[in-house]
Every structure is written in C-alpha cells, then in structure tokens.
Design a protein around this ligand. Structure first.
Ligand code: PMP
Length: 407
C-alpha cells in the first residue's frame, strides 16, 4: 500500500467536513462534479473581493491584475495538458462547448452527404449529440464502434470502420459510466495513418491521470474544469494550430476581433478568435488554483492511490449479494456502475443518501451505453483522491442495508 495519505488532503475540502442526514458525508459522485479545495474557493473569492474587473480591455490596475490572473490560468492549464503553445488552448464553458465548437466550426464546413463521424458505443451525449446536429445539417451520419461485454472498445472493429467516408473520429479518453480508459495513443495512430482527425473527450481523464496531448497524438482534446476540482462553467479545447487557423469563429462579439467595420471584420488570432464576450473570469482564476493544487498533490500519486482504492472497492462490492457491476475493462479509472438485483437505481441512490453516501443514479448521459447493457439506469460510485477505504467500507455497509431493505 502506498504512502499516499488522503486524510492530509481531505482537510483542504470544506464540503467533506459536513454531514448528510446526520451521517458523515461520503461523496462518491466525483464524476458528476468534484469538490473544491479551499484554495479554489479563496481564489474565486479573492478576485471578487480585491480585483473585480474585465479582462483584455482595461489598462487600469484592476483590469491588468484580472487579465494576468485569467491568462495565467490558461498558462497553467496549457502546461498541465502539455499543450505545445498557450495560443492553442481555447477556454470554454466546459467539454460540451468545446465539442460543439469543433462540430460547428471544424466539422460542419467539411461534411458532405454520405460522410461519417465515428464515435463509440460508450460516449457521453456531449460526444454524440453535437455530431448528430451537424450530421443532420450536412447529410452525414454518426456511426458508433462497438464495445465488448467488459466495456472495452473493440479496436479491430473501430479500425475497420475507419473508412474514407469518416471525416472525424471522436472518442472518450475515460468513460464516465464504467471508467474504461481507452487506448487513445493507439486510436490516434490508426486515425493518423488514414488522415482522419481525432477528437478526444477528456472530461473524465484529467482528474485521474496525467494527460499529455502531444504524447496522445490526437487533433483535438476537450476537457472540463469542474471535474478537476475547479469551478463550474470552466473548460477548454486544445486543437492543433493548423486546425485553429482553418476554423472560422463560432461565436461572434467583443474580444474576438482585430477590427470591425461594416465592410468586413478582421478576427483576432487563436485562441481569442473563439472567445467572444466576457469570459468566466472568476471561474478560470479558480481553475488555475485547482491546477496548482492538483500539481502539488501530484497526479502520478493520485493515479497510483486511486488504482489501489478502485481495487479495494471492486472487491468489496463483489461481497454484496445480488450486485451486478458494469464494465470490467483492464484499464479503468475509479468509476463503478452497478445495480442490485430487484432494486431500481434511483431507490439505491435515495437510500444511500439517507446513509450519507452520495452516488449518482440514472443513465449518466449515456443512453446508447445503457441500451448496450440492456438497463434503463445504473447507480454509479465515482471516487477521487480524497476518498478513503473507510468510506468504501461505509458505502458497502450502506449498500448491504439497502439490499436487506428492498431486494
Ligand atoms: N463527456 C464526458 C465523458 C463527461 O463525463 C461529461 C460530464 N458528465 C461531459 C462530456 C460534459 O461535460 P460538461 O457538462 O462539463 O460540459
């Protein structure tokens, strides 16, 4: 067992001190959104208290301070993802906006009737619906590569589907439902060999493992800040410079232009050409603090500790009679979907809440994956580095209670 001490870090998260229904909170809904350390709360608070100002347009001191902090967050995120250059990182409201930007600005102008966009059976709706929308406008279609019963992408089937019709492939780095870690570098090699650009939905990867967009070899990488212990309404799109240069802006407005006249407008260079309007300044300043925080804990240490905790939790879950665990990929992040025979997922989540345990129940914005498993919903426990074995024990005790009550 590693020397990683979750107690040392738990103290930094105010919410983890509270109780729910008189029980200590066990927060196992991290894949939905993660808790925020005090440093993030302080960074957001500090901006509003001490230097509230807009960015990129004021020369006064507060404006300069706000701009430096906001652009500093871009630098931190660029380093965190090993983006080759900060101007390739477009700040967005999250993964959803990042993928929509690629769909409308990159894919739509290139799609012809009969073209295909290739995704997988395990995608979040955010990596399906935007492609369907641009497919509907262009006469293209969205195809899904199949997965195994264990929830692994069938790579040979994926490869066979990479025909000349495919104009873009889009895959999750890590599944938000079953934790599968997809072999993105290998997928990227397959795509590159055929000249097909690859978008990776990294929402669920960033909180759990080192992400190096250059080592992955993809074309686009979308991420979300609120799952990485930062504020909601923050995220980013990394794209290769050649793509950003070729993409027309999607949103128009202030901050994204060089000059405007009624004879024509000259756009700013990337990334600003995609960042119309006043951004979520406080949110990104908070995200910058979140990245500092995660770097200090150490992403490699987080990954190693979570692997141990996942193994412990998986074994503990297997001791619950009648429990079905979904997804057994060999490479998995600490996300577990399950059902108890004869009990609806919402009832599991409701009763767990009464025991202080927060899990999500439902389709997890992944209807096609639910259809694959043949269930309408699952309960999902998703862990973070501040979770402990004691919490897993409490969770399993609570599950046993649920089972005895309802099954
Ligand atoms: N993709 C995946 C795999 C996700 O888990 C999520 C969030 N649940 C998203 C996309 C969408 O992220 P956001 O809501 O932050 O835009």
């Amino acid at each position: 067992s590693s020397a990683f001490d979750p107690q040392r870090w738990r103290a930094d998260f105010p919410v983890l001190r509270r109780s729910v229904h008189g029980k200590p909170l066990v927060y196992f809904d991290n894949a939905n959104t993660a808790q925020k350390p005090q440093a993030v709360v302080d960074a957001v608070d500090g901006y509003y208290r001490e230097y509230t100002a807009n960015v990129a347009r004021a020369v006064h001191s507060l404006g300069e301070q706000a701009t430096a902090a906001y652009e500093g967050a871009r630098d931190k995120l660029a380093r965190f993802l090993n983006v080759p250059s900060r101007d390739q990182l477009v700040l967005t409201s999250g993964t959803t906006q990042a993928i929509n930007l690629v769909a409308y600005s990159y894919a739509l102008p290139r799609l012809q009737p009969g073209d295909e966009i290739l995704v997988t059976q395990m995608e979040h709706h955010a990596n399906i619906v935007p492609w369907q929308l641009v497919a509907a406008r262009s006469g293209a279609s969205v195809k899904a590569a199949p997965i195994s019963a264990d929830g692994e992408l069938l790579l040979d089937r994926f490869e066979a589907m990479l025909t000349p019709k495919v104009k873009l492939a889009a895959v999750a780095h890590v599944s938000n439902v079953i934790g599968t870690v997809n072999p993105v570098a290998e997928i990227a090699r397959l795509c590159r060999a055929r000249g097909i650009p690859l978008l990776v939905d990294g929402s669920q990867a960033c909180p759990h493992q080192r992400v190096d967009v250059q080592a992955l070899g993809c074309d686009f990488y979308a991420m979300t800040g609120h799952k990485l212990f930062g504020p909601t309404g923050t995220g980013a799109l990394w794209a290769k410079r050649e793509h950003l240069d070729a993409m027309p802006p999607f949103f128009g407005g202030g901050e994204m232009i060089r000059t405007v006249s009624f004879d024509g407008t000259v756009f700013a260079d990337p990334p600003h050409k995609f960042e119309a309007g006043t951004p979520n300044i406080a949110g990104f300043i908070g995200l910058g603090a979140a990245i500092d925080y995660v770097e200090n804990v150490g992403i490699a240490a987080i990954q190693a500790y979570e692997a141990e905790l996942l193994a412990y939790a998986t074994e503990a879950l297997q001791s619950v009679p009648g429990l079905r665990l979904f997804g057994r990929a060999r490479q998995r992040a600490a996300v577990m979907s399950f059902l108890i025979e004869g009990v609806h997922a919402h009832d599991v989540a409701t009763l767990l809440d009464h025991e202080g345990v927060a899990v999500r129940s439902g389709h997890h914005c992944a209807h096609p994956l639910m259809q694959f498993f043949g269930v309408p919903a699952t309960a999902r426990a998703s862990l973070a580095f501040y979770n402990t074995r004691e919490e897993v024990d409490a969770f399993v005790r609570a599950l046993d209670k649920v089972r005895r009550l309802l099954a």
